[in-house]
Design a protein around this ligand. Structure first.
Ligand code: OXD
Ligand code: MN
Length: 620
């Protein structure tokens, strides 16, 4: 405590803020451990903000920050009759997506980050970034944002504190997490992930602030798994800046899961209810911008079948204490989804009707928003995401391909009533998917848990606009976790194998591909709401009420069980959707062999065994 009060005094000297003592005392009152308070004070000392505010998560605080951002032109109020509580933000054109090449795992040894991560020495990284953080909040407010990941009071919940100078981040954290007082009330005695974030733009007295401050030249996002810390500098966008999400709930949480025997996954969680009223829960991993949100929010055209959403991006998976069921929680409290493609065909359109912050979509003269895919005909007189009049005849999009909505989960009309269950929901099936124009069939079921892990490890997918870089390039993305695994992916594969063996009744596992094309480049499968046919088959497999057809690459549905006749807009036949073409699989297995070999001796033998059996079964 002595050290603690010296810090308070030194802080009062550097921070011209009358209520600093109140801030600190309220942290003490909430039982926040003194080393966490020391950390906050130390940071405040080097960041040199003009003021400090501890965020309580209240509606009043939210509205005050919104008002401030409207004045600052960070937010543009939309037509409040058409879209009550909705705003538009336009980012800096260089701050539009996750930046994987500037994202680092700073484990002590390079080997612990593995071949798929950018590694940096933790001491060197702290030195380099420490210089950038020095004085970076001058002229700004330092917001202390306490938050809880997972339902409050759940034994699976985890806590974090983000220090940030971005009001846009604060309001987004209120939507995406259980933030403020309610998190603080649960934090006593808990370990806390320390998240440090700055836009990297100190403000000189009298200087005019920009609507979207950021510092792309100095951007870096560093994870320190050993000390459970994240440092992010220079970006204000999504996964770079909302440190609760990819940084904490995936990269840091995956390392917690490795140490403690659970899994943090890039997965949606949904429920399917059959006409008899029986409900089952599935998780599904797809790379970014491959339709997780649309699948989770699917509106079923099949009479009597219903889909509801528990989460659209991240799942934490634990075995129940007696090992009898696999439980999943959604650690988030909102959706930060990709906007383009959202239309009347998807339920997300109803979720984002109110109380939503849109970033980088187009603005219409009536104060509404528009994006590619919202309507078939582009509207006249749209203003594009960069605030220029948009010309539909040109190839530049009106909305950025990675434009986003940020909305609370409770705004979703088909949120599952159990979505905040402190014990999580029981998972019957795990689905893996990627965006593949050829080779991979619509759906196959794994022969065993190990085969399922092999299917997860084998995902490759065409890259999307969710990260900076080339779009449409095929890359290996095992478990859709390539950008998000906080440790050596070879150890991650082994962890998956042993994890499955810890429970009595592991879920069935599946691989799907909605994106197979014919020789004219048309999608064979209509996707979106018609994916219910695939979910129904999985449900029936879990019930044991349908038989599957064995093939060399897994178990597939029998033709009649998918009821193709009722699927409108289907371009492909059953035969095309399930074709296993020898020359394509030769290529697939050869690419996988090279990829798996890149993990060296760490790559688990069990998966090599799976590989050999499958190659043999395929007649190669
Ligand atoms: C996301 C992503 O924002 O995966 O969810 O990029
Ligand atoms: Mn994601």
């Amino acid at each position: 405590m002595h050290r603690f009060f010296i810090f308070i005094l030194s802080l009062c000297a550097v921070v011209n803020y009358l209520h600093t003592n109140e801030v600190i005392l309220s942290l003490v009152e909430y039982g926040i451990e003194s080393d966490t308070i020391d950390w906050i004070l130390l940071q405040a000392e080097q960041l040199t903000p003009d003021s400090i505010q501890i965020c309580d998560g209240s509606e009043e605080e939210y509205q005050t920050l919104i008002k401030q951002m409207v004045q600052q032109q960070t937010l543009i109020p939309l037509n409040q009759t058409l879209r009550p509580g909705c705003y538009l933000a336009r980012s800096h054109p260089k701050d539009v997506a996750r930046v994987e090449e500037k994202t680092f795992i700073c484990s002590d040894k390079k080997q612990d980050a593995g071949p798929t991560n950018n590694w940096a020495d933790p001491i060197e990284m702290k030195q380099i970034m420490g210089e950038d953080f020095q004085g970076c909040m001058k002229g700004r407010t330092l917001y202390i944002v306490p938050f809880c990941m997972g339902p409050l009071k759940s034994k699976y919940a985890r806590f974090g504190i983000q220090l940030t100078d971005s009001p846009y981040v604060v309001v987004s954290l209120k939507t995406m997490t259980r933030m403020g007082r309610k998190a603080l009330e649960q934090m006593e005695g808990k370990s806390i992930v320390r998240c440090l974030h700055s836009m990297g733009c100190p403000l000189e007295p009298g200087a005019i602030d920009s609507a979207w401050p950021c510092n792309p030249e100095k951007l870096a996002i560093a994870h320190f798994p050993k000390t459970r810390e994240v440092w992010s500098f220079g970006s204000n966008y999504g996964g770079n800046a909302l440190l609760n999400k990819k940084c904490f709930a995936l990269r840091i949480a995956s390392t917690l899961g490795l140490d403690e025997g659970w899994l943090a996954e890039h997965m949606l969680i949904l429920s399917v209810t059959n006409p008899e009223g029986k409900k089952r829960y599935f998780t599904a991993a797809f790379p970014s911008a491959c339709g997780k949100t649309n699948l989770a929010m699917l509106e079923s055209p099949l009479p009597g079948w219903k889909v509801e959403v528990v989460g659209d991006d991240i799942a934490w998976l634990h075995w129940s204490e007696d090992g009898s069921s696999l439980r999943a929680i959604n650690p988030e409290a909102g959706f930060f989804g990709v906007v383009p493609g959202t239309s009347e065909k998807t339920n997300a359109i109803r979720t984002i009707a109110t109380n939503t912050i849109f970033t980088n979509v187009a603005l219409l003269p009536n104060g509404d928003v528009w994006w590619e895919g919202k309507t078939d005909t582009p509207p006249p007189m749209a203003i594009d995401w960069q605030n220029n009049p948009w010309d539909p005849s040109k190839t530049t999009p009106a909305a950025h391909p990675n434009s986003r909505f940020c909305v609370a989960a409770h705004e979703c009309p088909n949120i599952d009533q159990t979505w905040q269950d402190t014990n999580g929901v029981e998972i019957s099936a795990i689905i893996f998917g990627g965006r593949r124009a050829s080779t991979i069939p619509l759906i196959r079921e794994a022969f065993s848990w190990e085969h399922g892990v092999f299917l997860g490890a084998s995902i490759s997918s065409e890259t999307t606009a969710a990260a900076t870089g080339t779009v449409g390039k095929l890359r290996h993305d095992p478990f859709a976790m390539i950008p998000f695994c906080g440790y050596n992916m070879a150890d991650y594969f082994s962890h998956w194998i042993t994890f499955g063996l810890q429970g009595a009744n592991p879920p069935k596992m599946y691989a799907v591909n909605w994106f197979r094309k014919n020789s004219n480049g048309e999608y064979l499968w209509p996707g979106f709401q018609y994916n219910i046919h695939v979910l129904k088959w999985i449900f029936e497999r879990c019930e044991g009420s349908v038989k599957a057809k064995p093939t060399a690459i897994g178990l597939i549905p029998k033709k009649l069980d998918l009821d193709f006749a009722s699927i409108l807009g289907i371009k492909g036949s059953y035969e095309e959707l399930f074709a296993v073409k020898k020359h394509e699989w030769e290529k697939e297995y050869s690419a996988l062999s090279t990829y798996f070999s890149s993990f060296g001796n760490e790559f688990p033998d069990e998966l090599w065994l799976q590989y050999q059996e499958l190659v043999q079964a395929n007649g190669q």
